[in-house]
Design a protein around this ligand. Structure first.
Ligand code: B12
Ligand code: SF4
Ligand code: SF4
Length: 287
């Protein structure tokens, strides 16, 4: 199959799963979709940007070649010559974003459900894509679902050995921002995921001029909306303080887990009621 047709097949399969899976539905009493149709793009598994992540994230951050090899208990050099990474963005629905815009201290119930049930759907989507490819005879692995996936803590806060946003950056889906959030064509309010495979897919162009170019602050130094939105004071003109953010989530809004009946919680106020919530704000025509 020509590369463009293969890409279309992967895109359609992911969109079909998102539109039919019951896991992409909020439980009662909220109901409705958790995520809008996904954005899907591809990266070359040996793109040199993955080597930069050893410095940008941590030396433990895996390259796609290492991630696929480890999943199969193999040596990275013994993996097939060409590897691809499939990366997706799951935009959070407008009803959920609107509910979180009203909030000032912690997440709305819909946002909390999106963190908990939405990530369950994201996991199912990763499994679905791996199954789709392996059933066709390709190698495939979702690093975040592998036993080797780990999160660590340094003096700057938590990080992991497979950062989904850095993968999405490699696949040209957007850029980082002052708040650390990842700004895509559909904005910053989303969750993301990825799978590594030896299926040949055309690498999507990375058009952003740098890794912050979708964020208004780095263009005009005036947009401070996420700083004002953060109830923890974790965002300043110097960036996002992950320790303050985590401490706020654990100690100040941890009680909401019980109230909403979820096992993990996130605040996400910095991702709603901000100019980058649903679009790339530096593009005036994109309203
Ligand atoms: C650890 C973690 C956290 C930690 C630390 C967050 C962080 N900034 O790393 C804490 C607990 C604070 C956290 C909070 C939240 N999280 Co969280 N978290 C993760 C996790 C598990 C790992 C992230 C990681 O590895 N980070 C690595 C570090 C190094 O990344 P970073 O500091 O952001 O990267 C900066 C540098 O790399 C820098 N940079 C410097 N030089 C260069 C050069 C280049 C070339 C590049 C590309 C970048 C770069 O740019 C970045 C931004 O400043 C991921 C899941 C995953 N496996 O990816 C989810 C994830 C990042 N979380 C997510 C979300 C949604 C949240 C919350 C909104 C909570 C919620 N659900 O409501 C908040 C938002 C906090 C924020 N403002 O970012 C989403 C993010 C989606 C998005 N819209 O951006 C993820 C991807 C989960 C998912 N599957 O979708 N999270
Ligand atoms: S609110 Fe403004 S400064 Fe903050 S991330 Fe969005 S565009 Fe950047
Ligand atoms: S930086 Fe952390 S505490 Fe602040 S609004 Fe964002 S998620 Fe909430």
């Amino acid at each position: 199959m020509p590369a463009q047709e293969t890409a279309q097949f992967v895109l359609e399969s992911i969109k079909a799963f998102a539109s039919t899976s019951f896991l992409n539905r909020l439980p009662a009493p909220e109901e409705g979709f958790i995520f809008d149709p996904p954005l899907v793009q591809f990266a070359d598994g040996d793109d040199p940007v993955f080597l930069e992540y050893h410095e940008v994230v941590n030396p433990s951050h895996l390259t796609p070649r290492q991630a696929l090899a480890q999943a199969y208990g193999a040596n990275p050099d013994d993996m097939p010559k060409h590897l691809s990474v499939i990366s997706w963005i799951l935009p959070i629905t407008s009803r959920t974003r609107q509910s979180n815009r009203q909030q000032t201290k912690g997440p709305s119930r819909r946002w909390a459900y999106t963190r908990w049930y939405g990530e369950k759907f994201n996991e199912a989507l990763r499994e679905h894509v791996v199954k789709l490819l392996t059933e066709k005879g390709y190698l495939a692995a979702a690093p975040v679902l592998q036993p080797y996936f780990k999160t660590f803590t340094s003096e700057k806060g938590h990080y992991s050995n497979w950062s989904e946003r850095h993968i999405a950056y490699a696949a040209g889906l957007g850029t980082f921002s002052l708040s650390d959030g990842f700004i895509t064509e559909r904005g910053i309010a989303h969750r993301c995921g990825s799978v590594v495979t030896n299926l040949a897919l055309p690498a999507s162009p990375r058009t952003a001029s740098n890794h912050y170019s979708n964020c208004l602050f780095y263009v005009n130094h005036k947009c401070l909306a996420c700083i004002r939105r953060c109830p923890a004071g974790a965002i300043t003109e110097r960036g996002h303080d992950k320790i303050k953010c985590s401490e706020y989530i654990d100690s100040e809004i941890g009680y909401l887990k019980e109230e909403y009946g979820v096992e993990e919680i996130g605040c996400g106020l910095c991702q709603t009621k901000v100019p980058c919530e649903f679009k790339i704000p530096v593009r005036k025509s994109n309203t």
